[in-house]
Design a protein around this ligand. Structure first.
Ligand SMILES: CCCCCCCCCCCCCC(=O)SCCNC(=O)CCNC(=O)[C@H](O)C(C)(C)COP(=O)(O)OP(=O)(O)OC[C@H]1O[C@@H](n2cnc3c(N)ncnc32)[C@H](O)[C@@H]1OP(=O)(O)O
Length: 270
């Protein structure tokens, strides 16, 4: 079995995840290094070596889990409509490609897994116990009913320095009758730009988000968010995003975001 195939198997192996205990968090790779060193003594050894860690040559979200059965929210579920599935397949099929010799290898895109818990930081005290007891949930993944709110999957392209998100807006995101709330659109934009900036630069926080709403997004529809790197200047990562229909022809929203790199200490102390 090829190295690639072994890693893919590991990644898909739910049994590996089931051995882990407790909750989960997902953070940028550099951030996880800092955090890992600070809590290395406190965590069971296996939690520092999740099945995903070995495929993190992908400069992407490191996933450190101690959940008994974590749900990856970015995988297809029964609520996904045909547009959502079609675009998922389109990008997912470019995550692995077959060479002329019939070997599988990584393609230009990577799907980013997505979980509903991120670290609950607090000043001082034992971080680990606070993390495990925390009721914090990632905002966009906090509604359990499938298809009710934010259904989305993100893919990153390292060479093109792009990130795309296929987003299906559920009925709980209503703003104007029959259309998606502007705050919900801002939320998904911040999520995509923030994730992309983290992928490019490590841990960051949003310091500026500027949004132009051009056309309303019908509730229940699927749209495509495309995020591009504009420039990096010291601690600042400038990214921009367009929200279009699934064909990429109708522009719904456009936005720019400025993200500033922060240290783990920044995040811990607030
Ligand atoms: C994103 C994480 C993803 C994790 C995975 C989960 C997926 C979910 C993803 C969800 C993602 C959700 C993500 C979220 O929602 S993050 C939540 C919303 N954001 C915040 O709460 C951030 C609040 N702000 C701060 O805490 C501080 O400002 C930080 C710590 C970020 C920087 O304070 P610090 O004291 O350290 O640095 P500095 O003040 O010297 O600034 C540094 C440089 O930046 C320039 N500057 C600063 N502000 C602005 C501005 N408004 N316009 C233009 N420029 C600005 C500034 O002039 C300077 O430039 P220069 O003078 O050096 O040239």
């Amino acid at each position: 079995m090829s190295f690639y195939r072994r890693q893919q198997r590991r990644c898909q192996n739910a049994q590996g995840a089931q051995k882990m205990v407790g909750g989960m968090f997902q953070i940028g790779r550099e951030m996880s290094k800092g955090f890992n060193s600070s809590i290395r003594q406190q965590l069971p050894r296996q939690t520092l070596h999740p099945p995903w860690s070995s495929i993190n040559s992908v400069r992407t979200m490191a996933v450190l889990q101690w959940c008994s059965n974590p749900r990856d929210f970015s995988l297809p579920n029964s609520s996904w409509g045909s547009d959502m599935r079609r675009l998922y397949e389109h990008f997912n099929s470019q995550c692995e490609i077959e060479t002329e010799a019939g070997e599988k290898k990584w393609g230009p895109w990577r799907r980013l897994p997505s979980y509903n818990r991120s670290l609950k930081y607090a000043t001082g005290g034992g971080i680990l116990s606070k993390v495990i007891q925390s009721k914090a949930r990632l905002f966009t993944r906090s509604i359990k009913e499938k298809g009710a709110a934010f259904e989305y999957v993100m893919f990153v392209n390292k060479v093109e320095q792009k990130c795309v998100c296929v987003f299906q807006a559920g009925h709980l995101l209503e703003g104007p009758p029959g259309h998606v709330h502007g705050g919900a659109i801002a939320t998904i934009i911040d999520t995509v730009l923030g994730t992309h900036a983290t992928y490019l630069s490590g841990p960051v926080m949003t310091v500026n988000l500027s949004i132009n709403y051009r056309r309303p997004i019908p509730l229940g529809s699927t749209v495509l968010l495309t995020s591009s790197l504009d420039k990096k200047e010291g601690r600042k990562t400038f990214v921009s995003c367009q929200v279009t229909d699934t064909e990429g022809s109708k522009l719904h929203t456009e936005a720019t975001g400025l993200f500033v790199s922060v240290t783990v200490e920044n995040l811990l102390r607030g």
